[in-house]
Design a binder for this molecule. Structure first.
Ligand SMILES: [Zn+2]
Length: 540
């Protein structure tokens, strides 16, 4: 048993209670109250006391949607997220490729042509030159578009005049030849020939991602990684080893890509059982693409591409049968739906199905027609909507060109959804967005880049700091159906806390949220992360 005292504590319960001190026994909270009261009752019985000297304590922050293996893997790949022009991209590729063996793949990601000052992409010849003859594949920041060079296309058996596959498309020159730009599943033949990372390499990546999450103040993540490992068993085993053997104390709620569901019954008996640390989540499916590459499925054409509405990934009947088959196997569905047509189709399916034993999840819901809000609300707590407040930073202002003046008011309309009574859960979609929950909370409040001045985009849809902190704590526990265990600081609840050097619930200025530093991340009573120079043992 140990205690924290002199905290600026927010219980974030229904009554909005404040506290100074918390007593923890094992993985749970025993008592919450004033420093004087709890010292009197517990000081003689505890093994240690952590004096927080006024630091802010909130329930452990949780990310409701991310890809943590991919977050960690970025450390092993060329990171193009800061690149702001075509030439800068080519220079970075050239510099990276020179350090590789002559036949080694150039793998990278994070490029965002919407952020390029010149808004143009390199030609195939330029890509070939920069990679020095090596095969190359560079993922766009949204993961729905890619740049490949001639060596990669050749290894994948894709001819310069290849037709588009049914579930993807190639960028083409006036002469109809491939430019190296690839959309959606047209990339699959290349992914098949990229050398696979070993289970050991993925473990290194996963550990890096989990440690980054703890450092950022996250106590739990809802994450989608089976496609990285390509087997559920390896994914599960690796998480288990890191959490329980290597003591990387982050809670993990693992979504399972739909294509891997059939593997679970055959391996389940071989694997350690789920517990509070490691849980199997919903079946992950995609209804459409993303706004960045204009692959999100809209109910009316894109404003900057006459006649083009984007496309669904599956026909409505196929999506329904996949959701239904997941249910038959005991899984809720977690469906990526960015455009309003994708959302409409998904709602029609969920409305037609009876209430399942578990809550379904709608991931993103970025473009929302007003008539869809009521339909989502009518589903009540059957459905949780996983929103990513950082999309207001990365997708504005260019998303206005895609949607036009009228529809832009319905993009990232978080306050409208909240006021309609919907269950929302905050996440990052890292590595597409930064994984720091403080940046997500800041974005939900300001709807602008962290260091911009003035008002953000569509401030009518901004959340209060308190709402935003709840979005990344208690609200996420509805999505993992742990809402009686996680997200409130009260006796009996799990001892998950994020400790910060600034107040983020009632900050004096909104940018205090951005500037706050994580001092401690405490998970299940374990000191999972302590900032440099901070004590990691309780003083006796
Ligand atoms: Zn995602």
């Amino acid at each position: 048993m140990w205690m924290m005292v002199h905290a600026n504590g927010y219980a974030l319960d229904a009554k909005g209670q404040r506290f100074e001190a918390v007593v923890v026994d094992g993985e749970r909270i025993v008592a919450v109250g004033s420093t004087a009261d709890l010292m009197l009752q517990f000081a003689s019985r505890v093994d240690g006391i952590l004096d927080l000297q006024g630091a802010t304590v909130v329930p452990g922050l949780v990310d409701s949607h991310m890809h943590i293996a991919a977050v960690g893997e970025q450390a092993l790949k060329l990171n193009l997220s800061g690149v702001r022009s075509k030439q800068a991209l080519l220079d970075r590729v050239d510099e990276w490729a020179r350090r590789l063996a002559p036949d080694e793949w150039v793998l990278g990601g994070g490029w965002d042509d919407n952020r390029f000052v010149d808004r143009i992409l390199p030609t195939l010849e330029e890509l070939n030159g920069a990679a020095g003859g090596r095969p190359m594949l560079l993922n766009r920041i949204c993961q729905h578009a890619f740049l490949a060079n001639s060596a990669a296309l050749h290894l994948a058996g894709i001819d310069i005049n290849a037709p588009d596959p049914p579930d993807g498309r190639y960028g083409r020159s006036h002469a109809g030849e491939l430019t190296g730009l690839i959309y959606e599943n047209a990339v699959r033949p290349i992914l098949r020939v990229v050398p696979k990372r070993s289970k050991e390499q993925w473990k290194v990546a996963l550990r890096a991602g989990m440690e980054m999450a703890l450092k950022a103040g996250l106590t739990a993540v809802h994450t989608d990684d089976v496609r990285s490992f390509e087997t559920f068993a390896d994914t599960w085993e690796t998480f288990y080893q890191l959490i329980h053997e290597d003591q990387v104390k982050l809670r993990v709620h693992e979504l399972v890509d739909w294509h891997y569901l059939d593997e679970i019954p055959t391996v389940r008996h071989l694997l350690p059982k789920p517990d509070h640390w490691l849980q199997i989540g919903a079946a992950k499916l995609f209804a459409d693409g993303a706004m960045g590459g204009s692959t999100a499925w809209l109910s009316a054409p894109y404003s900057d591409a006459p006649g083009w509405t984007g496309t669904p990934i599956y026909t409505p009947a196929e999506l329904m049968s996949r959701i239904r088959s997941a249910r038959e196997k005991g899984f809720a569905s977690a469906v990526h739906a960015i455009g309003d047509a994708a959302l409409d189709t998904l709602l029609t399916i969920l409305e037609a199905l009876p209430r399942g034993p578990l809550r379904d999840r709608i991931i993103h819901a970025e473009v929302i027609r007003p008539d869809l809000v009521e339909r989502m609300a009518a589903l009540g707590d059957r459905v949780v909507v996983d929103i990513q407040p950082r999309f207001t930073v990365s997708d504005f202002p260019w998303i206005a060109d895609r949607l036009g003046d009228e529809r832009i008011a319905n993009a990232c309309a978080w306050k409208t959804l909240k006021d309609a009574g919907l269950f929302l859960a905050g996440g990052s979609d890292a590595p597409i967005e930064p994984l720091e929950p403080l940046l997500g909370i800041h974005a939900a409040v300001t709807r602008r880049p962290p260091f911009a001045d003035g008002d953000g985009y569509g401030m009518a849809e901004a959340l209060s700091p308190e709402e935003a902190v709840r979005l990344f704590s208690r609200d996420t526990s509805y999505a993992s159906q742990t809402e009686t265990e996680k997200g409130v600081i009260a006796p009996g609840w799990l001892a998950d806390f994020t400790v910060l050097d600034r107040d983020i619930v009632f900050p004096e200025t909104v940018d205090q949220i951005r500037d706050a530093n994580v001092l401690y991340t405490i998970v299940g009573g374990n000191m999972a992360y302590a900032a440099d120079g901070r004590q990691v043992e309780w003083s006796a």
